[in-house]
Design a protein around this ligand. Structure first.
Ligand code: RUB
Length: 312
């Protein structure tokens, strides 16, 4: 169980971060754990795997990629421990492989929306969004990127390092400069932690402000999101939980101790309404946000009637 707890801790502390990377790490952790178990009874094997899955799912509440990935791996079957383990490993490998392919495919699809000479604004650090930008650059388009710092964890610094490595001209700005620079932006490209059944997108805090500024200036917003970021449970009316992280990410908590009338809030994500999104680029195509239910039903295989019948 140590390896599972180790990955769980790394996800919690954000050493492992970003919705796709989190999902692949969790699938990999279940695979590794299954290989360490020397249970003889399949029942005990299943119980241990299921406990590990619960620990991993509880690490971060917002990225729907995490429960979706775990669900895909947990669909394993087998009458013996060997059969169960083999099927689990196959499913984990399949998820990890297809998730990487999805990011590439999203890049190929999304990059067609980028024109030669475009200035792109991005937020936080999304591998799917960077795939779109990278493939536009690879196709020979002359592009510039404006990347936000993304307080409080400053994931924008990871983005500028990645884009620099690719040789893409990039400017770093503080989050509050988004509207100031929007006049220079041709297209906004961001990732997603979750997409709801009604086409809203949950992504790093500040995304909705950026999308609102883009909407105001008639600038298109592209969301790059693998289909496993779509949230089946929102079909049943559930809301995606917005993680609120520790105050210490925003300011030194000790400095706050004398301030009896002050509290610090630190939501990690926000919700961008579908009205502000032009297209969601998935690995199965560029869709309008209104088509999200079709992804949940036809690609992820969830059916509203089944969910109601089985009280999921
Ligand atoms: C990361 C974030 C990213 C999405 C998509 O938040 O909001 O935009 O997770 O990333 P955090 P990807 O740093 O809190 O995990 O496209 O890599 O899945």
């Amino acid at each position: 169980m140590d390896s599972v707890l180790d990955i769980a801790k790394k996800i919690q502390t954000m050493e492992i971060r970003g919705a796709g990377t989190i999902a692949r790490a969790a699938a990999g952790a279940l695979k590794d754990y299954s290989q360490q178990l020397d249970e003889k009874s399949v029942k005990k094997f299943n119980t241990k795997i299921s406990n590990a899955a619960n620990i991993l799912v509880a690490t971060r509440p917002t990225a729907v990629s995490l429960p979706n990935a775990i669900r895909m791996v947990m669909g394993y079957t087998g009458d013996t421990v060997d059969e169960a383990r083999t099927d689990l490993i196959r499913r984990a490998d399949q998820f990890i492989e297809s998730s990487k392919e999805a990011t590439e495919r999203i890049g190929a699809i999304g990059s067609r929306r980028i024109r030669d000479g475009d200035t792109i604004m991005t937020h936080c650090n999304s591998q799917a969004a960077i795939s779109v930008i990278a493939q536009a650059h690879k196709a020979g388009k002359n592009i510039n990127v404006i990347a936000t710092e993304s307080r409080p964890r400053r994931q924008g610094l990871l983005t500028i390092a990645q884009l620099n490595e690719l040789g893409i001209n990039t400017s770093l700005i503080v989050d509050s400069a988004v509207r100031y620079y929007m006049k220079d932006v041709d297209i906004v490209v961001v990732g997603a932690d979750a997409v709801t059944a009604n086409g809203s997108v949950i992504n790093k805090i500040g995304t909705s402000q950026l999308a609102m500024a883009a909407h105001e200036s008639r600038t298109n917003v592209i969301v790059a999101a693998e289909t496993y970021k779509f949230s089946p449970r929102t079909l049943m009316g559930e809301m995606v939980e917005i993680e609120e992280r520790d105050v210490s990410e925003v300011m030194d908590s000790e400095k706050l101790s004398g301030m009896l009338h002050v509290s610090v809030r630190n939501p990690a994500f926000d919700v961008t309404p579908s009205d502000y999104i032009d297209v969601i680029c998935t690995e199965v195509g560029a869709i309008s946000p209104e088509m999200s239910y079709i992804i949940i039903r036809d690609i992820l295989g969830w059916d509203l009637q089944d969910m109601l019948d089985n009280e999921i």
